[in-house]
Design a protein around this ligand. Structure first.
Ligand SMILES: [Fe+2]
Length: 232
């Protein structure tokens, strides 16, 4: 038997966060209300409403969300542990957090959060079949000839099957109360919501800093040691 070694994986963390249904629905209603009552910049027939473009990018400052962010912290620590990152050496900071609402026909197109380190998605309200999360890899390491892993390759019989080893796109099934964590630099988007059901998500960008920068050339130093340039 040949030995197959899958080098350099992208690892996505998914877990049930375990929030009480009444509480997570309360969070969903908070987002739904800000959606109903507020401006809708960036939304169209095909594009979902995202709170970060509409004045709702700091949900971590809202008292109603405190228990949620406390629970997310536990998952983030488990994520770091899974990657063997020494959690005692680093601090995690919620820098931006916002809700999204996807109505029938709407999705979130491919993008990434380059200003951040770790990204989190949580589903406080998600009806069945309202669309999954999609991860994209524009230049997969296994794609030995450009275009070989694009969808047409299966249709044309160039690929006998679509598997995680030969895909530029991976569909991650997600359900209500799921939390998903991945590197912010990962391209991602969503399937369209093809139902009349509700899909509300919370997205969070997390920045990681060193607790002590002594002797460490990489990573961000502690925020307490930063100075705004106009202080001098
Ligand atoms: Fe995103």
């Amino acid at each position: 038997m040949p030995e197959i070694l899958n080098c350099f994986p992208l690892t996505v963390f998914k877990d049930g966060l375990g929030l009480d249904p009444a509480y997570r629905h309360q969070l969903g209603e908070f987002i739904a209300q800000s959606y109903r009552d507020g401006v809708k910049i960036g939304q169209s027939n095909r594009a979902a409403w995202t709170g970060d473009k509409n004045g709702w990018e700091f949900l971590h400052e809202e008292p109603a969300f405190a228990a949620f962010f406390k629970a997310v912290h536990v998952s983030l620590r488990a994520y770091l542990d899974m990657l063997s990152v020494n959690g005692e050496r680093v601090a995690l900071h919620y820098t931006r957090s916002w809700g999204t609402v996807s109505e029938r026909g709407q999705s979130i197109r491919r993008h990434r959060h380059n200003q951040s380190h770790i990204s989190v998605v949580y589903y406080p309200v998600k009806d069945r079949d309202t669309g999954n999360l999609i991860f994209h890899m524009p230049d997969p390491l296994n794609e030995l000839s450009p275009g070989l892993f694009e969808p047409h390759a299966v249709n044309q019989g160039l690929l006998k099957a679509s598997t995680p080893l030969n895909s530029e796109m991976v569909d991650l099934p997600v359900a209500e109360d799921d939390i998903v964590i991945f590197p912010s630099k990962t391209f991602h988007g969503t399937e369209p919501n093809n139902t009349n059901g509700q899909r509300i998500s919370i997205a969070i960008d997390v920045v990681m800093t060193l607790n002590d920068a002594t002797g460490v050339e990489y990573l961000l130093p502690p925020v307490g040691r930063w100075r705004e340039s106009d202080e001098f």
